[in-house]
Ligand binder design. Structure first.
Ligand SMILES: CCCCC/C=C\C/C=C\C/C=C\C/C=C\C/C=C\CC/C=C/C(=O)SCCNC(=O)CCNC(=O)[C@H](O)C(C)(C)COP(=O)(O)OP(=O)(O)OC[C@H]1O[C@@H](n2cnc3c(N)ncnc32)[C@H](O)[C@@H]1OP(=O)(O)O
Ligand code: FAD
Length: 643
């Protein structure tokens, strides 16, 4: 154990285990989490080669092998609780999305929420047993954005009169054929090819495909269809299915994100998910109670992503803070030993806010999950009243927490200096695997605009005298104040006072956006144009804060005091996240703090070190021997064969 890190733990002023229990929810939950963790981390079937030293295809193969083992073990140990599956999966594939994520995270939940009992028997049971492997295909090459309700222009015709049609006409179409009781699915244009779905490229044999429903000559907007894409015995693509991998990406190397072109693919009538919307055998369309129910799985994953932001931050600041406790640099005072870099105020100012945010997001993630479970329970009972708030909250928190975490991971990486740039630190991987959360499940700006839409509606209800409930109740209670009204009193030591100032600021920003829309409306006469011209106000928190200059200085001084208070407990606070070394997989973030010897050991495994003179370098040796520098290109081949 590194002596610095030992001292850090001795200096802590609280009981780490108790805090871990609070983060987990209870001592029993901590015990169970550790039990699951040891099932995976001590299981030789999950041994792996360090993916940093593998090619993409090797990484995919290794991930598939581990995922298959995972499914067998989940069955063997009878683990079926979604939280426990999720936890088990995160230990099997720490920090790395894997080929079955979409099957577990979106295909199964979509069936649970949108399938009829008959469809549950036909699809969910085999999918649970991994005979059916599914993905969720919504995004297309040309559009990540969808409308779930019918538009006047939505047309079933082929593209002959282009100007009269909108982009929605060129989306994938599912046209009902009553003669055969089948839907015929087509991707009418290149841009309508499904693009991005995880596990689609090579792994899945079924896809939930989102397409425009056409029946009896009418278009009814976005609906979900279960489309078999590969033969269940041979895994070869079925007729009319053009499918494959979209190629290497920034990260997600283990995942076969794929493309799918549909060419007159026929599926039976009862392959449309019909818990809510229905098509009768004669082609009659029965409307769902809310068109937005089609988007339910996205709301589920958005809610989950809030907790994922917290986990990514917890990992990043554990690595950076432990490393900062064992790394020494520079002399603070001439002649004295080099201090731990964690003693530099600037280092604390980089890392302690990340640590605080990791805690805050952990609790926000728990709140989001409870809210999701409560409101989706009501929806199952037929009460849809909570849906708008659930949508606004999950979209807004998904965007807010992922943006914040995305930036903070990079702060942690840079705070580790050069070693943060090495893949051995794990920080580059955490970043590349996390950063697409800002894009997928709804691009963040687009999600912020959805939340703003809800806020503006609530604002106008509040101005109309309605008493609002839930997360927007502050709009009824607070009267937005013009900047000229001065600054509100603030006690920065008092949480209630801080919350009040935040609420007032939020109310002011909503009012600002509403005013902008009113002004733009007078100029542009179209609601949509006025909305777009106010989009910056809608999304961005204004730079005008509500604090006076003396108050802002007071905050700054208080932050410095807090840094000093936190310093003795910094390592203990990250220890409380209880991230097992194998799960963290970071040379810099090791629990024992023995960084340097392991950094050296890790580097020696680099494939470039497999031989002292890599084969490619033999050409240099040849060139040297023949003294041909300057003219070796035309002659090098014959020289290399002759020597
Ligand atoms: C049972 C076993 C389960 C076991 C599982 C256990 C554990 C899990 C294990 C593992 C899981 C592992 C990992 C997790 C899984 C996956 C994560 C990994 C990889 C990620 C893969 C990524 C997938 C994707 O990205 S899928 C594609 C996502 N795409 C999007 O999100 C597109 C975003 N676009 C939209 O949402 C919409 O197009 C839009 C922008 C909202 C616009 O839609 P539109 O209809 O045009 O709306 P508007 O006209 O703007 O508004 C109309 C009206 O509707 C309201 N609205 C909009 N959306 C919603 C909604 N979702 N809900 C409710 N209401 C909504 C909107 O506010 C407006 O209301 P108003 O008229 O009253 O104002
Ligand atoms: C790693 C990864 C995995 C994915 N997995 C899946 C999957 O399994 N299944 C699936 O279906 N999809 C998947 N996707 C696709 C993902 O859901 C989309 O990329 C995402 O919804 C964003 O859509 P887009 O790419 O079309 O971005 P665009 O919408 O084209 O965004 C580009 C820019 O335009 C701006 N913009 C767009 N619309 C508006 C607007 N109305 N107002 C203001 N600005 C706007 C955005 O803010 C952004 O800056 C995945 C993507 C990634 C990166």
């Amino acid at each position: 154990m590194n002596p610095d890190i030992v001292k850090e733990r001795q200096n802590a002023t609280f009981n780490v285990e108790k805090l871990t229990n609070i983060l987990d929810g209870s001592p029993e939950k901590t015990r169970r989490r550790r039990e699951i963790e040891s099932m995976v981390l001590n299981d030789p079937d999950f041994q792996e080669q360090d993916p940093n030293f593998l090619s993409r295809s090797e990484r995919y193969d290794q991930a598939v092998r581990k995922s298959a083992q995972m499914i067998l073990k989940l069955r063997e140990f009878g683990i079926s609780d979604p939280d426990e599956i999720y936890y088990y999966k995160n230990c099997v594939h720490p920090d790395r999305p894997e080929p079955l994520d979409l099957h577990l995270g979106m295909f199964l939940p979509t069936l649970l929420n949108q399938a009829t009992p008959e469809q549950m028997d036909r699809f969910f049971t085999p999918a649970w047993n991994l005979q059916i492997i599914g993905t969720y295909a919504q995004t297309e090459m040309g559009h990540g954005w969808w409308r779930c309700s019918q538009r006047a222009s939505c047309s079933a015709t082929t593209p002959t009169v282009l100007p009269a049609l909108t982009s929605e006409d060129w989306r994938p179409q599912a046209t009902f054929d009553p003669a055969t009781q089948e839907f015929v699915l087509n991707s009418p244009t290149i841009s309508s090819i499904k693009w991005w779905p995880g596990g689609l490229g090579k792994t899945s044999n079924h896809a939930i495909v989102l397409a425009q429903l056409h029946t009896q000559g009418n278009c009814h907007g976005l609906h979900a269809f279960i489309v078999p894409i590969r033969d269940m015995d041979t895994h070869v693509p079925l007729p009319g299915i053009v499918v494959g991998d979209i190629g290497p990406k920034f990260g997600f190397s283990e995942v076969d994100n794929g493309f799918l072109k549909l060419e007159n693919v026929r599926i039976p009538l009862d392959n449309m998910l019909m818990k809510y919307a229905k098509v009768e055998p004669d082609g009659t369309y029965v409307k769902p109670p809310s068109a937005k129910l089609t988007y339910g799985t996205m709301v589920f994953i958005r809610s989950m992503i809030v907790g994922q932001s917290a986990l990514a931050l917890a990992k990043s600041c554990t690595i950076a803070i432990r490393y900062s406790a064992v790394r020494h640099q520079s002399e603070l005072k001439p002649g004295e030993p080099e201090p731990q870099i964690l003693n530099f105020q600037t280092q604390q100012h980089k890392l302690f806010p990340v640590l605080a945010t990791a805690y805050a997001f952990t609790f926000v993630g728990q709140y989001m999950k409870q809210t999701y479970n409560r409101i989706s329970g009501d929806i199952h009972e037929g009460d849809y009243s909570g849906l708008p708030e659930l949508h606004a909250l999950s979209a807004g928190l998904k965007a807010f927490t992922t943006w914040a975490a995305n930036g903070a991971i990079e702060v942690c990486r840079m705070s580790c200096g050069g070693h943060g740039y090495s893949r051995s630190s794990a920080l580059p991987d955490i970043y590349v695997e996390f950063t697409p959360t800002c894009t997928y499940e709804g691009e963040n700006t687009v999600m912020m605009l959805q939340t703003a839409r809800y806020l503006l509606k609530s604002y106008s209800q509040a101005r109309g005298g309605q008493q609002l409930q839930g997360s927007v109740s502050y709009l009824s209670r607070l009267q937005p104040q013009p900047v000229s009204a001065g600054v509100p009193p603030l006690n920065i030591q008092d949480l209630a006072s801080l919350v009040q100032v935040y609420q007032l600021r939020a109310a002011n920003l909503v009012e600002l956006a509403a005013t902008s829309i009113q002004q733009e409306l007078q100029l542009r006469h179209s609601q949509e144009d006025a909305w777009n011209s106010s989009a910056i106000d809608l999304v961005r928190a204004s730079d005008a804060g509500l604090l006076s200059v003396p108050q802002a200085l007071q905050v700054s001084a208080h932050i410095k005091e807090l840094l000093i208070q936190l310093r003795p407990n910094a390592v203990a606070l990250v220890d409380a996240f209880d991230l097992n070394d194998k799960k963290l997989n970071s040379v810099l973030g090791r629990y024992d703090g023995n960084v340097y010897e392991h950094l050296f050991e890790w580097a020696r495994h680099s494939p470039l070190n497999a031989s002292e003179v890599p084969p490619a370098l033999t050409i240099i040796v040849i060139i040297k021997h023949n003294q041909l520098i300057g003219s070796f290109f035309p002659r090098s081949t014959s020289l290399s064969t002759s020597t």
